[in-house]
Write a protein that binds this ligand. Sequence first.
Ligand SMILES: O=C([O-])CC(=O)C(=O)O
Ligand SMILES: [Mg+2]
Length: 544
Amino acid sequence: MASIKQATVAQLRGMAPASVIHGGVDSVQRALAQLNSKDTPIEKYIYLSQLRGTAKDTFYRLLIDNIIDICPYVYTPTVGAACQLYSTIYRKPDALYLSYNDRGNLAEIMSNWPQHGIRIAVVSDGSRILGLGDLGIGGCQIAVGKLTLYVGGAGIKPDSTLPIILDMGTNNETLLNDPLYLGLRMKRVYDDAFLDEFYAAVRTTFPDCLIQFEDFSSESAFKYLDRYRHKESLIQAPSAPSGQLHTGKCFNDDIQGTGAVILAGFINAVKLASAASGRPILDQRIVFLGAGSAGVGVAMQLVEFFTRNGFTEEEAKQKFYLVDSKGLVTDDRGDNLPAHKRALSRKAGGPQFKTLEEVVEHVRPSALIGLSTVGGAFSEKIVRMMGSFKARPIIFPLSNPSHLSECTFEDAIKWTNGRVIFASGSPFKAVEHGGSTYESNQGNNFLSFPGIGLGCIVAKANEVNDDMVYESALALADSLDDSEINTLLYPRLHRIRDISATIAARVAKAAVRTGAAENSKLGGMADTDLLAYIKSKQYDPTPC
Ligand SMILES: O=C([O-])CC(=O)C(=O)O
Ligand SMILES: [Mg+2]
């Protein structure tokens, strides 16, 4: 070993400053200084992408040690701009690009990927990137960003991760007319056979790989989750030896990851609200603005919270009021509702409302949750109404990135005189009001997906079932420390690696309990041993 090192050093002499070859100068400090010299978020994003590609240990050490400061530049909100500008700022490839023109050859193309032991792939078709709509091939950066957090936030090894973009065209005219656009210049196609081929190619090329579906448009998100999530289902798969393949080993981050993270925040929010008002924790009326994959995913996860706490499904659903661009979602409002909206529509014969304001006025909700992608949709009037109904109104404007948030933290604090229980999808700075400082909560799925994924990897889970997702939410809700418990809904981000390990351990145990774990050793392991084992395996880079 020593001689190989010697040989390498000998070969490198003169090829770089001696202090770089021999170590001793702190590459992380230098990277931080270079990062700080960049003026704009997108310049910081570009710099960090290059660093990840050229000096990954330095990049991840920098990220892990400065996660609160750097996360917004590798993830939301800056990653949104990076997806929009992708074809302009492109330097070098950093994902697996599978285009619709490659159909029939996806497994062969996938085998070109240089690493073999892939454990986690994040895939997008670019059709609904954050709240920014169809960004075509630019959506690859959302997959890259999520996996960066898998490494930094959960400790998965960088070489075990695989970002994938399915380029199936785009309906974004600006991109189609952009001479620099790097994706297929055609209208988006919707083709289940292409998705089946993709899914089968991953499963046969990387058998240990969990697939995370990300930022597909709502109908596709629900459709493909349903199609691939169950381990019992079979699909036709020419790339598999038997021509058929059992599905499983996947989850949808926007439906299940966001659902879990918001359930965790909601559990802690209703405790705080109940402590202030004396009202029972389960006495809630919840208005949702936005009935896409995240909105319905979150609502379904909250329904599960009520059904696991003594309510029938019908009773639980009665607590929810879904509002979309046409108003309150009801069975008899005259349009053809897609299945995911029907799951939570109000029954025929009740009142009809065209605006959020009317719904809030009528329902007098205890909680208002936004996943609408309509920036500012929680107006001053609406927030003040919420403040007049309850001692501590729960308001979660969750749309991403920041400018699409339904209201800002500062406004919510001002309009409720500091009484709001608040969580947003993108980060907001602390706010001073009336002599007090209020810390914001970021209810973003980055608190849940790294732990869910890591737990599945540890358990060798063959599916991600409802019990596992629910357990991830409970684990996150339980993870507040003494300094957080009476003020915050989520743990502070600098603890993300420990939190992810804790979530992973509980997800892995839930996989064992529900028969989804192929790693039979876990069953007999004490919880504390499992947690220690997971932590001991986390990637912890020491750059030279
Ligand atoms: O990426 C994020 O910040 C959260 C998320 O999944 C989305 O908004 O689609
Ligand atoms: Mg997403």
